[in-house]
Design a binder for this molecule. Structure first.
Ligand code: NAD
Ligand code: ZN
Ligand code: ZN
Length: 355
């Protein structure tokens, strides 16, 4: 099968032929239809974070495709032919205090797709059945892919922000994650301020319902947001510590900063005095649970969210990464389309022909 493989943190990915993996116990083999390019895949490929993946590995944790084969043991309700999504949380133990309290994203035994487990930048991948989520009929797989990380992560982050219909919410970074965050915040009824260095992303934010947009290249976001009364919540998805500091500075008293982005530069300044006197909260939010993704798909199926995406071929993976990094990508999220010309996963087509 074709796959985009990271061999070195300092070299481009190599698109090459690798063996189709075999599903083990409680796993399924998936024929990938669509795979989103999350900025996390870029951090993975570059070895940006304190905990690094081990090359060679295949990135991709917004994988959507068709179950082609079921391994031995409990398939957790999955059957051949079903369309499923394979998220970042590729495996969690199911037994620890975190897993048993609806906080499986904090499981210390977790394995991450496209990091510790080979991911979706390939024609096939193997997934743990319990952690895959069925994609409801009526959702385009090219939409389902970005929802599988950008969607679920920001759905959870908006919950963590505590925002309600009377809140003012600032979203710092309205790329893949941020453009979904803004929609989940709007669904609560909150008023949204979108902040990004890229005017094209701000245009999209306006179209998606942002009441105010701020480009920090043109005006100071702290001053601009404080002039509006300050943000009750700020969600930082931008890949820059400076944006996190500005997000904190933009809060109204009692406000909450939700940290979501994971810049390679791993430090931000938090002024103690202002945080104490302002009664500010700073929290981290990591992806979302299996149930969060079920809810994200349901919101999309009901027509309440829109994925702003551009499609490209897996052969162009390095160009796609470059375009996310330099801001020239055609849309908030880039999605690799791995389907046949007729829109069906190739191996599924073959299976149907012999059935
Ligand atoms: P992206 O590249 O699509 O979007 C980032 C956006 O931030 C871009 O639109 C960019 O123009 C903007 N930006 C950059 N610097 C800025 C600044 N100083 N001020 C304002 N905007 C700025 O990336 P993405 O896929 O949305 O991912 C964003 C970050 O979130 C990455 O670090 C990724 O690893 C992380 N992430 C975290 C989680 C989690 O669970 N916490 C999940 C997925 C991704
Ligand atoms: Zn666990
Ligand atoms: Zn992601």
């Amino acid at each position: 099968m074709k796959a985009a493989v990271v061999h070195s943190f300092t070299e481009p990915l190599v698109v090459e032929d690798v063996p189709v993996p075999e599903p083990g116990a409680e796993q399924v083999l998936v024929r990938v239809e669509a795979s989103g390019l999350c900025h996390t895949d870029i951090h993975a490929a570059h070895g940006d974070w304190p905990v690094k993946p081990e090359p060679p590995f295949i990135p991709g944790h917004e994988a959507v495709g068709i179950v082609e084969k079921v391994g031995p043991g409990n398939a957790h309700g999955l059957e051949v032919g079903m369309r499923i999504a394979v998220p970042w949380l590729g495996y969690a133990c199911g037994d620890c205090r975190y897993c048993n309290s609806g906080r499986e994203t904090l499981c210390e035994q977790q394995l991450n797709t496209g990091y510790a487990i080979d991911g979706g930048f390939a024609e096939h991948l193997v997934a743990y059945a319990r952690h895959a989520v069925i994609v409801p009929d009526g959702i385009d797989p090219l939409d389902a892919a970005p929802l599988t990380c950008a969607g679920v992560t920001t759905y959870k982050a908006v919950k963590e922000s505590g925002c309600t219909s009377s809140s003012r919410v600032a979203i710092f970074g309205v790329g893949g994650l941020g453009h979904m965050a803004l929609q989940y915040a709007r669904i609560t009824g909150a008023s949204v301020i979108a902040v990004d260095l890229n005017d094209e992303r701000l245009e999209t934010a306006k179209a998606l319902g942002a009441e105010h947009v701020v480009n920090p290249r043109k005006e100071d976001p702290i001053e601009a947001i404080q002039a509006l009364g300050g943000a009750d919540a700020a969600i930082a998805t931008a890949v820059s510590p400076k944006a996190f500091e500005q997000a904190l500075g933009s809060l109204a008293r009692g406000g909450t900063l939700v940290c979501v982005g994971l810049p390679a530069d791993n430090g931000m300044e938090i002024p103690i005095f202002e945080t104490v006197l302002g009664g500010l909260s700073v929290k981290g939010s990591i992806v979302g649970t299996h149930q969060d993704l079920v809810e994200v798909f349901e919101l999309h199926r009901r027509g309440l969210t829109k994925v702003e995406r551009t499609e490209c071929h897996l052969d162009d993976v390095n160009e796609a990464i470059a375009s996310v990094l330099d801001g020239s990508a055609g849309a908030a999220r880039t999605v690799f389309d791995l389907r046949d010309a007729d829109g069906r996963a190739a191996a599924t087509t073959a299976a149907a022909a012999t059935a």
